[in-house]
Design a protein around this ligand. Structure first.
Ligand code: IPM
Ligand code: MG
Length: 368
């Protein structure tokens, strides 16, 4: 089996703490299952800025492009809040997404049975929940031009961002959503603001057209929902959804909302994928949906599960190790069943553990 190269970008805040736990899992698979996963570590975000005066060096970007999968912890923190836009830690993430052309962002919101009561929502609303948000990641208002802050008359300033999508960009992410829905419950909800935005209307029309043109996709139940209504429906009756496909900005918001359906933002992993190149290879990056949580950084409180689940997604989507990926999911379920909880998912009667105790417990379960 060919060696696989993984690039680890721990980043800032709790990033290094949760990455340390993912590394324990990678090491375990290398030693006990001979997976031959070679990894190297580089700086990204504020950590890179402190060292190199840029949130992402070209060298690290090229390394990311050449790797079989990138694992990213989190970037950002108050220390770098006042830097000019191009130097901010978040630019590392956005540049990696854009330059690696990671247009398809998969955010699965699954409510583990053991965490049903950890959510702020009623148990019957979220028990058994399994939805997948497919967020467009390289277009829309995050990247549209023109953008900037300009002086205008009377000493006032104008902030500009542009929400723009082409039919090709819409169709390629819709295709990902349809293909994934075929392997699930064959239901896709496309969320847009077609009642207000032209780009939203185009979104709706192109998703519908792609569906109608394909004899395979015709078997999928496609519906369109306004993004604001979708936000409401996610807390009212989330189990009506199977796959939600939406643009970059709505996907950002709807996925944070969906995270709370799983009990905690600390439980939500993600995969960002490119198209296949001519050799059939995809580029990919895996990261938890939560941020760098500077308020709890260094306190051994962070939940490493979203990070470890992100590695499990890498095994499935980039490294071709489905069985091993499922082993991680089972190990996590089993640890939760034993009552181990990091602070974010703590409930009375459970055992509160640190970040590394949670990582160790998950690794211990892999053996069984
Ligand atoms: C996410 C994050 C990022 C985003 C930030 C950190 C730039 O919120 O991945 O959801 O807005 O995309
Ligand atoms: Mg977000």
């Amino acid at each position: 089996m060919a060696k696989k190269n993984i690039l680890l970008l721990a980043g800032d805040g709790i990033g290094p703490e949760i990455m340390a736990e993912a590394k324990k899992v990678i090491d375990w698979f290398n030693i006990h299952k001979k997976l031959d996963l070679e990894y190297s570590e580089e700086l990204a975000g504020g950590a890179s800025y402190d060292e190199n005066e840029t949130p992402l060096t070209d060298d690290v970007l090229y390394k990311a492009m050449d790797s079989d999968a990138v694992l990213l912890g989190a970037v950002g923190g108050p220390k770098w809040d006042n830097l000019e836009f191009s130097k901010k830690p978040e630019r590392a993430l956005l540049r990696l997404r854009k330059e690696m052309r990671l247009f398809a962002n998969l955010r699965p919101a699954i409510c583990f049975e053991e965490l049903v009561s950890a959510s702020t929502l009623k148990p019957e609303i979220i028990a058994g929940l399994d939805i997948l948000i497919v967020r467009e990641l390289t277009g829309g208002i995050y990247f549209g031009e023109p953008r900037g802050i300009e002086p205008i008359e009377n000493g006032e300033r104008k902030g500009i961002n542009t929400h723009v999508y082409t039919s090709k960009e819409i169709r390629r992410v819709a295709k990902v959503a349809f293909d994934l829905a075929l392997k699930r419950n064959k239901k896709v909800t496309s969320a847009d603001k077609s009642n207000v935005m032209e780009a939203g209307l185009l979104w709706k029309e192109e998703v519908q057209a792609l569906h109608d043109e394909s004899s395979v996709y015709k078997n999928i139940q496609l519906s369109h929902m306004l993004a604001d209504n979708c936000a409401m429906q996610l807390v009212r009756n989330p189990k009506q959804f199977d796959v939600i496909v939406t643009d970059n900005l709505f996907g950002d918001m709807l996925s944070d909302e969906a995270a709370m359906l799983t009990g905690s933002l600390g439980m939500l992993p993600s995969a960002s994928l490119s198209e296949k190149d001519k050799n059939g290879r995809i580029r990919s990056m895996y990261e938890p949906c939560h941020g760098s949580a500077p308020d709890i950084a260094g306190k051994a409180m962070a939940n490493p599960i979203a990070m470890i689940l992100s590695f499990a997604m890498a095994l499935k989507y980039s490294l071709n190790f489905d069985k091993e990926s499922n082993m991680i999911e089972s190990a996590i379920k089993s640890v939760l069943k034993d009552g181990l909880r990091t602070a974010d998912i703590m409930e009375s009667g459970k055992k509160k553990v640190t970040t590394s105790e949670m990582g160790d417990a998950i690794v211990a379960k892999l053996k069984k």
